[in-house]
Design a protein around this ligand. Structure first.
Ligand SMILES: Nc1ncnc2c1ncn2[C@@H]1O[C@H](COP(=O)(O)OP(=O)(O)OP(=O)(O)O)[C@@H](O)[C@H]1O
Length: 248
């Protein structure tokens, strides 16, 4: 479904992606892990055309990601951004229905509102929340609203960028479980970036570790603990000592 073939990207002298090759199979949940600044976000942005690779190919359903009608291409994606990225000036339901009220996915306002309320319910929020503003909600509720927005248009592919950052462990667990349930029930292809190993175990079918600009290890989440890869072992156990140099 998503295939990276030898993708390279530098910013000036900073060689971030140095031959990224990775397959994300259709309907699977892939979690990308790796240290800060290793290029996880850059890798996702390359798929969406927000960053242009210097070399290599990215295919989505066998077709180059950068080709064709951009709006139709993006309409297939749902995204949950770090920090929720809600519009403060819009009530919750309009945040959820944002993409249903304009562009390729536009539909009548009443329908958009109805879908927003249904998606809010799916993430455990009551219809009363629909007319409130994001600033009136807790961080956990805002994250749920972001999740409802990500699934509003029933996307085939969903990107989750650090979905549990800033949440307490219990709320993080709730969001992890919701993500897992929703991805399974929608049959969506999901790519998640996270530092949170609890999230990895809750969300992933497969894991890919990005280090040194390449995929250092990838495999089913069940094989992560017995990979024998010293980089992966150091990362999943959070050890300061090991082949990955910790910057102090
Ligand atoms: N638009 C840009 N211009 C210049 N440098 C950039 C740009 N975007 C990313 N970078 C650099 O690319 C590197 C990788 O950044 P990226 O945000 O992908 O890391 P990450 O693995 O997602 O990190 P984190 O886990 O901390 O979010 C960093 O060194 C960053 O400074």
């Amino acid at each position: 479904m998503i295939r990276y073939e030898d993708v390279h990207k530098s910013f000036g002298p900073n060689r971030v992606l140095r031959g990224l090759t990775l397959d994300v199979p259709r309907g699977e949940s892939m979690v990308i892990i790796g240290g800060s600044g290793t290029g996880k976000s850059v890798a996702l942005k390359c798929v969406l055309g927000l960053v242009e690779p210097d070399a290599g190919t990215i295919l989505v359903d066998g077709r180059p990601a950068a080709e064709g009608d951009r709006e139709a291409f993006l309409a297939r994606f749902g995204m949950l951004f770090q920090g929720g990225a809600l519009f403060d000036s819009l009530p919750v339901w309009q945040n959820v229905a944002f993409r249903l009220m304009r562009g390729a996915l536009k539909r009548p306002r009443a329908d958009a509102r109805e879908i927003a309320i249904e998606k809010l319910r799916r993430v455990g929020l009551t219809p009363e929340v629909a007319d409130r503003f994001p600033a009136e909600l807790s961080g956990g509720m805002q994250k749920r609203v972001g999740l409802a927005r990500a699934i509003a248009a029933d996307p085939a592919i969903i990107f989750f960028d650090e979905p549990t950052t800033g949440l307490d462990p219990i709320m993080a667990g709730v969001i992890n479980d919701l993500i897992r349930e929703i991805v399974v029930e929608m049959g969506a292809t999901a790519v998640t970036i996270t530092h949170d190993m609890t999230s990895v175990r809750a969300i992933a079918d497969r894991v890919a570790m990005l280090h040194g600009g390449i995929i250092r290890w990838t495999g089913p989440v069940a094989e992560m603990d017995t990979s024998g890869d010293p980089y992966l072992d150091q990362f999943i156990h959070g050890r300061a000592e090991g082949p990955i140099a910790a910057v102090r």
